[in-house]
Design a protein around this ligand. Structure first.
Ligand SMILES: [Ca+2]
Ligand SMILES: [Ca+2]
Ligand SMILES: [Ca+2]
Ligand SMILES: [Ca+2]
Length: 287
């Protein structure tokens, strides 16, 4: 049962650390009875291969060499024989020093090819890890879940222009999409469809949008029903506004706000999903 449990942690790569940790306590509880099963299920623990395969180097093998052939065997046997407390390490296939959280390895001493860390979001690319520079390449380089977001190394990407606004950054992105599509793109960047909370921010938004396109640009204003108030989609209360005269006046149930660079940046409202009102869009996210 001991080894079987350890193997579960290994084989089911998708199993998170918590599952493995649960296994670890199982292991300790059933220490003695587990040995026979452990021996029987040794072949299952092919997983140690992952540790062994990537870890031909000598550096960290000390722990393994003092035990048996495989990492799992080592932890199981040593646990029973010497009373060591197996710890959870993680495979670091790209050797960038950050481990794959989906590849836990239990051992008394850190096997070669593993690290204690479990924060690598891309263990096939040594350039992608927490703290890396985000660049415009279609992957999340810095493991913050935001894709190709602004960074000092990524001032523009996919045609989007950017400008700082306080501690945030505005993105003005080209295209002709419905409001929901625009918002989804902003969220991929770890941003939100833009809130414009004051006149100075509005001036920055207008300047940036006007440098991108002479037309409407979606902003983060939306109402969900006839007569309902417009709201900023990031939850900021609606204070400052720059509606053009007569707006909002759209006779549709669900309406969204846009900034019109042909109208000195004043705001208008339009049907959110009307194909005739697709537009470029403005996002706002952290720097
Ligand atoms: Ca790694
Ligand atoms: Ca990596
Ligand atoms: Ca990122
Ligand atoms: Ca990237």
């Amino acid at each position: 049962m001991l080894l079987l449990a350890a193997a579960c942690g290994f084989d089911s790569g998708g199993v998170m650390g918590s599952a493995t940790l649960g296994v670890a306590s199982d292991t300790e509880d059933s220490g003695t009875t587990a040995d026979p099963t452990a021996t029987t299920s040794t072949p299952t623990s092919a997983d140690p291969t992952s540790a062994t395969a990537t870890g031909g180097e000598s550096g960290s093998t000390v722990g393994i060499d003092t035990g048996d052939e495989t990492a799992a065997d080592t932890s199981a046997t040593t646990s029973a024989d010497t009373g060591c407390e197996p710890a959870v390490f993680h495979v670091d296939a790209d050797a960038d020093g950050y481990g794959d959280p989906t590849m836990p390895v239990r051992a008394c001493d850190m096997p070669a090819g593993t690290v204690a860390d479990a924060t690598d979001c891309n263990d096939q690319d040594p350039a992608a890890h927490p703290g890396a520079d985000e660049v415009c390449n279609g992957i999340d380089d810095d493991c913050d879940t935001a894709l190709d977001e602004w960074s000092p190394m990524n001032p523009t990407c996919a045609g989007c222009l950017t400008a700082p606004v306080g501690t945030d950054v505005f993105y003005a992105c080209p295209g002709a999409v419905a409001w929901d599509t625009a918002r989804a793109d902003c969220q991929l960047k770890g941003a939100e469809i833009a809130t414009i909370a004051a006149a100075d921010e509005d001036a920055i938004a207008y300047g940036l949008a006007a440098s991108l396109v002479a037309n409407d640009v979606w902003i983060g204003l939306r109402r969900e029903d006839y007569g309902a108030a417009f709201q900023w989609q990031d939850g900021t209360p609606l204070g400052y506004t720059n509606w053009r005269p007569g707006a909002p006046d759209t006779a549709v149930q669900v309406a969204c706000g846009e900034l019109d660079t042909l109208d000195a940046g004043q705001w208008n409202d339009a049907a959110c999903s009307d194909a005739a009102t697709t537009a470029a869009w403005l996002c706002r996210g952290p720097q």
